[in-house]
Design a protein around this ligand. Structure first.
Ligand SMILES: [Fe+2]
Ligand SMILES: [Fe+2]
Length: 352
């Protein structure tokens, strides 16, 4: 206990260094250590507040059997995309397996995503409009091809997931609103409080996923600004929803989302990209692009190029204050459960 206190005190006295002065292994250690702490904090919350079951947490006999073909198409698409959860999990673990916290987290995340597939599958099964045989055949068709990573690189994948989780959350929140009777007119057959509760339940999970991956992306931006800014630009330019190229009737799905006013290009730009880049401290896409392209590269002693420009079109004070809040929550958790006595997690600040 005493040793831990002294170590912490000494660490507090040390002035923060620029990320460019910290060695790469040191920065990697800081990111991995933070992921592990975040994963523990996340798991506690997940188990205490979001421990639902796709069969037993809803009243399936109260779920309506009158849903419109448009909403059925939407439910089918949600199921199709979520049922690749084993592929998503497998691929991501393969990529991040060396980091303890990050790979453990992927298992936890995958266990939540598989429930989403189960719940959407149940909405088809109980709808009275898709037979069990049809669902089996459709699933077989979907499983014929595996989902593969868009990028074989951790930073791009985490940034992609930030955008994807937010987009998914928005889709489900908008379906919940439609089912509560607060969406587009003409969908009275879809007003269904049980469906609203289901969509809302999954949306809460997606919000937690978004928050976790966002914190991870902020860690990368904070400690690895150059490559993270470049990666962010790539991801924003090339983004498409997961499995869009695998689901056979994907166009009918996106058309249904549009018809029911659940998702579309404007919502994507305003409610997904804007929200994500604000949280990442990006002032504008143009500033990010300029920061990436115009930064001055100078040769280092080891022959590699390194930027000397600390402004990447990103507000690091925004990221730092967000990380500050996250580490404070982690600190309170570690204090509550006694981890603070044996292995407290600190926010290692850097100077910009
Ligand atoms: Fe999901
Ligand atoms: Fe998710």
């Amino acid at each position: 206990m005493l040793d831990v206190a002294i170590t912490q005190e000494l660490a507090d006295l040390r002035p923060p260094a620029s990320p460019f002065r910290l060695s790469r292994p040191e920065r990697e250690r800081l990111v991995q250590r933070s992921f592990h702490a975040l994963y523990r904090w996340y798991t506690d919350r997940s188990q205490r507040t979001r421990n639902w079951n796709p069969d037993t947490s809803f009243d399936w006999r109260a779920y309506r059997r009158t849903h419109s073909p448009t909403v059925l198409q939407v439910l089918e698409g949600f199921y199709a995309v979520e049922q690749y959860a084993p592929d998503y999990t497998y691929e991501l673990i393969r990529l991040v397996r060396q980091g303890y916290g990050r790979s453990q987290f992927v298992l936890r995340w995958g266990s939540e995503e598989e429930k989403h597939a189960d719940l959407w599958r149940n909405t088809l099964l109980h709808s009275g409009q898709r037979t069990p045989e049809w669902i089996e055949a459709y699933t077989e068709e979907l499983r014929a091809r595996a989902w593969l990573l868009n990028w074989d690189e951790p930073i791009r994948n985490i940034l992609y997931t930030v955008i994807q989780e937010r987009a998914t959350q928005l889709n489900y929140l908008n379906l919940a609103a439609l089912a509560r009777g607060e969406g587009k007119a003409g969908f009275e057959a879809d007003h269904d409080l049980e469906l609203a509760r289901m969509a809302q339940t999954i949306a809460v999970d997606e919000a937690a996923h978004f928050a976790f991956f966002l914190a991870g992306a902020q860690l990368f931006l904070y400690y690895f600004p150059e490559e993270t800014c470049e990666a962010l630009l790539d991801v924003l330019k090339l983004f498409q929803m997961p499995a869009a190229d695998l689901v056979p009737n994907y166009e009918a799905f996106t058309a249904a989302l549009h018809d029911a006013d659940l998702f579309g290009r404007r919502k994507y730009a305003r409610d997904v990209v804007r929200v994500a880049i604000d949280a990442l401290g990006v002032e504008s896409l143009a500033a990010l692009e300029a920061g990436v392209h115009e930064r001055r590269n100078v040769p280092q002693e080891d022959g590699t190029l390194r930027s000397t420009q600390a402004n990447f079109g990103v507000r690091f004070d925004v990221i730092e204050s967000s990380l500050d809040g996250i580490f404070r929550r982690i600190g309170a958790f570690e204090h509550r459960v006694g981890l603070a006595d044996v292995a407290p997690t600190r926010f290692e600040r850097v100077v910009w």
